[in-house]
Structures are given as C-alpha cells and as structure tokens.
Design a protein around this ligand. Structure first.
Ligand code: ADP
Ligand code: MG
Length: 567
C-alpha cells in the first residue's frame, strides 16, 4: 500500500486516459485536489464509492475524470448517469463532462432537466450520448416514456446527495438506483453526511470505498469566518457599511425568505448598490441570466435564498454575508462554500442578534470552526475609507486635466482665488453626491423590537419606523381633505419611485406622516417636496420623535401633537 506517502500524486500518475489527461492540462489544473487524489484510483478500478468533501473542492472532476476514462466510445448508449439536485447543478456537471471529455472523439453528453424541451433531450439521447446528466424528476420521466434506457449503464453517480435528500428527492433517487443494472458502479458524492445517506449507502452500495476529506482542509483555511453583532432593524445599515468598506469584488447575501430577498434588493438598489436577487421566484432562464451577470461583473451583490444559491460556482465571490442566520450547520457550510472557491480565499460574515448567541455557538460546534468577532465600521471608519477612495481618484487623475480645464483654473487663480481654497471647493463639489451615512439604531431601542404590536415599548420613541424606512412630515392633513392614495400618487410620481416603496401613511389633522425608504437621495426628496396635493405644497421634512400613533396615555412627546389634532 502507498498510504504512507505524504506528497499527493500528479495527474499524470493517476492512470487517466491520455485524452482525458490532456484536457486537464489544457484547463490548467496543476495537481489533483485531495478528494480527487483519493477517489480517482478507486473509481478507475470500478469500485462503488462514497465521497465527502466541502463544496468547491473539485468533486465533479473527482468522478468525471475516471468515468470518462472508462467509457467505451464505440458503444453509443448511456453508460454514465449523473443525478444532480437542480437544473443549474446538472448543467454545470454536464458542462464539466464536456470540458474534461473535449478530446474524446464521439463522446456525447445529454442533459435531462425539468423546464426544458423534451425534443432536444430526446435527440441528444438518440445521437448516442454516453453520458447523461439530469435532475431526478426529468430522468424518471424519460425512464417512464422509454426514451432513456439504463441497460448499458456502467456507472451511476449521485452528486450533492445531501441536497438531493434535503430537496425531497429520496423516492426518486431510490427508484433510479433500483432501475440501474446491479453490476453498475454506484458512486455518491456529498458535502455532508446525514444519517439518511448512510442508510442508502448501506443498502445500495457494494463494499464501497469511503473517502472523507476533513472539512478543515476545505473551509477553515480558505475562508475567514466572522461574526457581526447586529439586531434586526440595524441590519440594512450594517450591510451597506460592510459592502462599502470591505474589499468586496462580488458578494452573495443570504436571506431566509423570497420576500426578504425582494425587499433587500429594493433597499440596496435605492442605496445605489449594484444588486440582483436570486430566489425561487425566478424562472430558470432569468436565473441563469442573473448568474451570468454576476460572473461578468454586471452585478456585484447577489441577494439569495438557500435553495436558489445551491451549487453556485462563481470564482469572483469574495464575500458571503449571512444576513439572516442559516437554519442549520449544513446550510451554513453550503452558504460559506460559495466563496473561497478554486484555491482563492474568501470572507464569510454572519449577522446575529444578541438573542441568537446560542445558535451561533451551536453552528461553531457543528462545523468545528470559530467565527471571529468583527466590529461594524463606524462613521469615522467610513469617512476615512471614503477619503482614501477620493484621494486615490484624485491622484489617479492628476495628469488627466484638459487644456480647457487648465485655463479655467488659471482664470480662477488670476481672479485672485487662493489655489488651496479652489481645490477645496472642487473637492466639495466632486463629493457632493456621496451618500449620507445612515444611523444605526441604538441597542436600547432595538431590544424592544419585536413584531409590530408585540412587546410594549416603555417610551414612545422606542417605536421606530419600519426597517429601512424614515418618517417624514408633509404639510397636508385631514383639514385639507387629503387621502392616502393622493399622497402615494404624488410622492411616487414626483419622486420617480414605485408606489410600493412608500411605507405607512398616517394622516393627522394639519399634517401627515409618511414612511419613505431611508436611502432616498436628497434630490428625490427635494422633488417630492415640490409636489402639490389638495392645492398645497408638501414641504416635506424629516419627522423627529413623533409616535406612530398618538398613544392614549399622554406624555411629553405626544401632548402638543394631540392638541393640534383637535384644533
Ligand atoms: P465541488 O463539486 O466540490 O463543489 P467543483 O467540482 O464544482 O467542486 O469544483 C470547484 C472549482 O474548482 C471549479 O471551478 C473547478 O473548475 C475547479 N477545480 C477542480 N479541480 C481542480 C484542480 N485539480 N485544480 C484546479 N482547479 C480545480
Ligand atoms: Mg459539486
């Protein structure tokens, strides 16, 4: 046995087919990853296998390279069937087979996924594809229609087996496994190993080789895991600050629900972030276009739900941000595995409120990895960062001035203006459109934050506006006969924003209080202020310290307002 050798073998030592080896060289892979080094020899021998390693460790090549090496190219029928949990993953795997098999003459790949034409899939099968990659549902459809036959199959692969089970494909998977010839090789790959997988392995795999790559090899070294203490209402501001200050190339931000995804996309868009959403709401083609935009740098921040981001492989993702905590440690592992891919380093930042401490400790225990505490950038840090960015821009533009600009400045100097004063004036003008730095709600106010009506705030100021919103006063009220719809219409039209971005509206007698996204630029507010409703200018201004609804109990804060209301 060679188990004592420490150095990992080269691809050349792995007995792969020369045509496969040359493709690997073309792709620039230098050495096999640990999972590849350990699985390829046994898979070349035709052994059953259970392979476990973190996402991003090269599992696709671990099974594709040896299985391609064993194809009988003259036999034009399915020999390798790979099941993957989502269409996206299946397409990725199919593409990998095509790449790794680029020098195999007559090798064909058929991709059988839901939501696509049967016609193309059937014709790929008819052309004699030896490799079939698909999602369980559609593969079963083809089996039932008789368009896919597994008699000639020599290998069945379950890729991302844990995901497949989590997504409820257990019965489909068992069905396909049962339909494969008994002498076919059975290969399971998974990032994690829940009990259910062990059970299927024991039942269907014959004397399998088990290869487990410690997660610390994959994650801990390449991903810097950090924890940010932040309560719900402050998360948006925290996220904006992190995106601004961290050296983000591309980031993926995880939220729990589709609705949260939509909201956050809107909120960040309003703050000028180049953002897109990836949730189960998107149909496949939109989904693929979104991922392509991320890959090409047209989008820098992706807001995603767990299911939608499965298997996403975009090397430029430098940051994963857990805006909402993951459900369990497996989801956590999958999420942070979206960064630090293919040998790069990544950063995973997890948001957690103080009440979520136990869940965080539990995540750390389950993954065996510690998160380090990361302070949120404060205003000073953000200003310093902006100054640095501006300084770099200025220095970079030092020789960029045109003759016209030069003569303009010369004229200003000739008029007697001090050059330093002039430079300051230019800087002021150039930086006028920098976004205002938002406020982080004080922790005291936050602690009372629960559902809208739950928990009684002790003082009225504790009841803040909705998350990401700021309250404004407008100078029309009941006495002007104004209706909420008129306000929405006027504000949305004048400000050029969608009506659904306007929050709660509370009409009082002499004025009204309107919630608007905190991120609205002052130019938009200025436009809104010019709007006229019921014959009056709105004269919009920030509403400070007014309770959401005048409480029954009188206190110093609401007394004057109630008086005016009765007037
Ligand atoms: P997993 O299935 O484990 O999540 P993938 O198979 O998707 O990982 O591979 C992750 C990335 O690593 C891909 O971009 C792939 O091209 C790249 N990769 C795989 N093997 C190697 C290797 N030996 N050397 C360099 N890059 C590799
Ligand atoms: Mg994979």
């Amino acid at each position: 046995m060679t188990s004592t050798s420490v150095a990992s073998p080269s691809f050349g030592e792995l007995a792969l087919l020369p045509a496969v080896l040359s493709a690997v060289e073309t792709l620039g892979y230098e050495t096999p990853s640990p999972i590849q080094a350990q699985t390829i020899p046994a898979l070349l021998e035709g052994r059953d296998m259970l392979g476990q390693a973190q996402t991003g460790t090269g599992k696709t090549a671990a099974f594709a390279l040896p299985l391609l090496s064993r194809l009988e190219l003259e036999r034009r029928e399915p020999q390798v069937l790979v099941l993957a949990p989502t269409r996206e993953l299946a397409q990725q795997v199919a593409m990998s087979f095509t790449k790794y098999g680029q020098n195999l003459k007559g090798m064909g790949v058929a991709t059988l996924c839901g939501g696509q034409e049967y016609r193309e899939q059937i014709s790929a099968l008819k052309r004699g594809a030896q490799v079939v990659v698909g999602t369980p549902g559609r593969v079963i459809d083809h089996l039932d229609r008789g368009t896919l036959k597994l008699d000639g199959l020599s290998a069945l692969v379950l890729d991302e087996a844990d995901e497949m089970l989590r997504m409820g494909f257990i019965d489909d998977v068992k069905r396909v496994v049962a339909d494969t010839p008994t002498d076919a090789q059975r290969v399971f790959f998974s990032a994690t190993l829940p009990d259910e997988i062990e059970r299927i392995v024991n039942r269907y795999l014959v004397d399998p080789v088990k290869v487990m790559i410690e997660s610390s090899v994959g994650t801990a070294e390449s991903i810097d895991q950090r924890l940010v203490r932040v309560e719900g209402g402050a998360k948006l501001e925290a996220l904006s600050r992190i995106i601004e200050v961290e050296p983000v190339d591309a980031a993926i931000v995880f939220v729990r629900t589709r609705a949260a995804c939509t909201t956050l996309v809107e909120q960040l868009t309003a703050r000028g972030v180049n953002v897109a959403g990836l949730s189960g709401d998107l149909d496949q083609s939109l989904r693929e276009r979104t991922i392509m935009r991320l890959k090409r740098g047209k989008v820098d921040v992706l807001i995603a739900t767990d299911v939608a981001a499965r298997g996403l492989d975009v090397p430029r993702i430098t940051h994963v941000i857990n805006y909402d905590l993951p459900q369990d440690s497996e989801a956590y592992t999958h999420r942070i595995g979206r960064t630090g891919r293919a040998g790069r380093t990544g950063v995973a930042i997890t948001f957690a409120g103080f009440r979520e401490t136990r869940k965080v400790r539990w995540l750390e225990q389950a993954t065996g990895q510690q998160m380090s505490d990361m302070p949120l950038p404060d205003e000073k840090a953000i200003r310093a960062h902006r100054d640095e960015v501006f300084r770099e821009r200025v220095v970079g533009a030092l020789t960029a001035g045109t003759d016209e600009q030069r003569s303009l400045v010369e004229r200003l100097v000739a008029d007697g203006h001090d050059p330093l004063e002039l430079a300051c004036a230019f800087a002021t003008i150039a930086r006028a459109d920098e976004a205002p730095i938002g406020r982080l709600p004080s922790p005291r106010a936050e602690r009372t934050e629960r559902g809208p009506r739950e928990g009684k705030p002790r003082r009225s100021e504790d009841r803040g506006p909705s998350e990401g919103m700021t309250r404004y006063r407008v100078a029309v009220g009941h006495k002007d006969g104004v209706k909420p719809g008129q306000l929405v219409g006027a504000l949305a039209n004048e400000g050029g924003i969608e009506g659904n971005r306007i929050g709660r509206i509370d009409i009082r007698n002499a004025f009204s209080v309107v919630e608007l996204p905190s991120s609205l630029p002052t130019s938009v507010l200025a436009k809104m202020a010019r709007a006229r409703v019921a014959g009056r200018a709105l004269e919009i201004s920030e509403d400070r310290g007014v309770p959401e609804r005048a409480p029954r109990r009188r206190n110093e804060d609401d007394a004057p307002i109630r008086r005016r209301e009765r007037a």
